[in-house]
Design a protein around this ligand. Structure first.
Ligand code: A2P
Length: 259
């Protein structure tokens, strides 16, 4: 079971839909993390800590921590977490971990951050880290959800990245945001990102060279298990290798957390 090392206060909550919200909380003074990592967060429920892994969406330099969460009506944690208020206490484990790090990839001309659903969360941190832009020429964030409303967080994030005083100069030249939906006919970009990659539409829409090339492209992916496996197949077929231990490859992945 994850240890409870900190109790911190919630400082801000924003609800997007009946199933999605973000919140911010105090950051313990000595808690360090790298953009892309996750930490265990939780609540005390019936006298016991209920903890789940959450990617940190806030940048490394932020004085607070931010998280993006799903709401599941019978989820052990999120059924309660969705009702937190400013001033409430949340529990944190002491150490952030995970290998979804720009650090785990070789330099490259293009960095692709591919996400579905709440899998976009770790990219919130990575996109506000200037090292990302120093290491990679162009940075593309893709986010695919069922409904247009589910894209609100990534749309807001893209705005924040373009206007962030610490990385806006880089972002305005290097960062591109792309989204699509799969179950909402009102949106101009329809379809799973896997299909948009295979058909070449993703690259056409962005006006860039099609396909993934191990000499040019680096990829970080975060979504459901099925999504990760399907993208992995596409990348392996194109000759990209997954970073494993000390063997630095061209892509890394993490499962999006639910609960
Ligand atoms: P779809 O609506 O066709 O299932 P979820 O809400 O289930 O987590 O899904 C988030 C988004 O990820 C949805 O748009 C969903 O499309 C898409 N998705 C689910 N599985 C895959 C997969 N194996 N490859 C690509 N996209 C997927």
């Amino acid at each position: 079971m994850a240890s409870v090392d900190h109790r911190v206060k919630v400082t801000m909550i924003e609800h997007y839909t009946e199933t999605l919200f973000r919140f911010r909380c105090e950051r313990p003074p000595h808690l360090k993390f790298r953009a892309g990592q996750f930490i265990m967060i939780g609540l005390e429920i019936d006298g016991k800590p209920v903890m789940r892994a959450y990617s940190i969406t806030s940048p490394e330099w932020d004085e607070e921590l931010e998280f993006y969460s799903i709401k599941i009506q019978d989820g052990p944690l999120t059924s309660k977490l969705q009702h937190i208020q400013v001033g409430d206490e949340v529990l944190l484990s002491g150490r952030a971990v995970g290998n979804l790090l720009p650090f785990s990839l070789r330099e490259g001309e293009r960095l692709w951050l591919l996400s579905t659903g709440t899998g976009v969360a770790p990219f919130g941190s990575i996109l506000r880290d200037e090292l990302t832009y120093q290491k990679f020429g162009k940075v593309f964030l893709t986010h695919t959800c069922r409904k247009i409303n589910d894209l609100q967080y990534s749309q807001q994030l893209a705005e924040m990245v373009y206007n962030d005083p610490l990385c806006d100069d880089y972002a305005q030249k290097q960062f591109h945001y792309y989204n699509s939906v799969t179950r909402d006919p009102g949106h101009p970009r329809q379809g799973r990102i896997t299909d948009l990659i295979r058909s070449g539409k993703l690259f056409d829409d962005l006006g860039v060279e099609p396909g993934f090339d191990p000499d040019r492209d680096r990829v970080m992916l975060c979504g459901s298990m099925e999504f990760n496996l399907e993208v992995k197949d596409i990348l392996e077929e194109a000759g990209l290798r997954q970073t494993s231990g000390r063997n630095i490859g061209e892509y890394v992945l993490e499962k999006a957390f639910v609960g």
